[in-house]
Design a binder for this molecule. Sequence first.
Ligand SMILES: Cc1cc2nc3c(=O)[nH]c(=O)nc-3n(C[C@H](O)[C@H](O)[C@H](O)COP(=O)(O)OP(=O)(O)OC[C@H]3O[C@@H](n4cnc5c(N)ncnc54)[C@H](O)[C@@H]3O)c2cc1C
Length: 360
Amino acid sequence: MKKIKVAIIGSGPAGYTAGIYAARAKLKPTIFAGEEIGGQLMFTTEVENFPGFPKAIRGPVLMDRMREQAEHFGAELEPHFITAVDFSHQPFRLWTQLPSSVSAPELIRLKQTDYSVLAKQIKQQPADYLVDSVIIATGAVPIRLHVPGEDKFMGRGVSVCAVCDAAFFKDKNVYVIGGGDSAMEDTLALTKFARQVNVVHRRANFRASKIMCERVLHHPKVKIFWNSQLTEIMGETVVNKIRIVTKDEKTDQLKERVLDADGVFLAIGHRPVSGIFTNEIQIDDHGYILTRKSLSAAGLQLGLTAVDKGVIAYPSMTTSAGVFAAGDVVDVRYKQAITAAAQGCEAALDVERWLENNQS
Ligand SMILES: Cc1cc2nc3c(=O)[nH]c(=O)nc-3n(C[C@H](O)[C@H](O)[C@H](O)COP(=O)(O)OP(=O)(O)OC[C@H]3O[C@@H](n4cnc5c(N)ncnc54)[C@H](O)[C@@H]3O)c2cc1C
């Protein structure tokens, strides 16, 4: 069983940045990279909004540079996927074994009750790592529709991040799929660039806040397809058409249409990758890990319980002392590479201080 001072779970911008800071603080961190070494940016092409790269940088290149920087200062990269954790007492225990019946991507998607059964099985084996502190940086997965063409055209007309990609669709005809707050925000962000923004929503009204809905409904560039579902994305090298099916409200009859399209923005939410931490730390109803600075009422409450001399002690700490979290897995609001990296930095600084104050 290997002993580690700082275990960082996840190798996206949050995990690598935490690795850089913890390594420079001589804490010899180990970064567990998981199945997707480099995280979500490995699946994108140009990143135009990460500071320091005026002419953009390719996502995988940016992530390779972050990894190199963390390793340069002494962070150790382990390709393992963490399959179970025990934060009930220190040192914490981490497992990397996976029963042959399940793969890592399947484990991430398991229902909580099914995962609990699996975790019990995994924890019957001796743990693989004993750790003094943990930074969780496991990210969030954009929810996908799994319609034909979606994977093929991801990054070639299909996007899961309007903030990141809206500027690539100047004077284009784009479709936003969804009806919640993120869909409204993405729609409004796109109106600044696109010629026309169409919203495809499966219900007859939006679930978003009233003010956002009004802005979308009254925007001259926006057209809404109510009671409609995207069923296919088509094109040659890039997206050029989509297929939608609309249900007539009165007759329930379905009408299929093929429409010209330059882009499709999926805005149906994110699923934080937090399943293996349930029962170990507090997680909100949407799966986000709660820290003392979470942007939610529960986060505010937690922060207030940790005020020391007028400021919140260890803001990135979860409900378990010594366990910290950063990046999209805690971030209900921003979900950008730069915010994830910043939160990784904060978590590493909090860990450093916490270890100083809590270990002899
Ligand atoms: C297609 C696409 C394009 C984007 N473009 C931009 C952009 O242009 N600009 C921008 O700012 N943002 C962009 N984003 C958003 C950005 O990628 C995320 O906000 C950012 O990557 C979040 O970083 P993170 O470190 O929190 O998590 P992630 O990048 O999601 O990384 C999570 C890491 O955790 C690992 N992991 C998960 N579970 C485990 C486990 N049990 N054990 C070990 N490791 C585990 C994964 O393997 C992965 O390495 C884009 C996102 C997508 C999907």
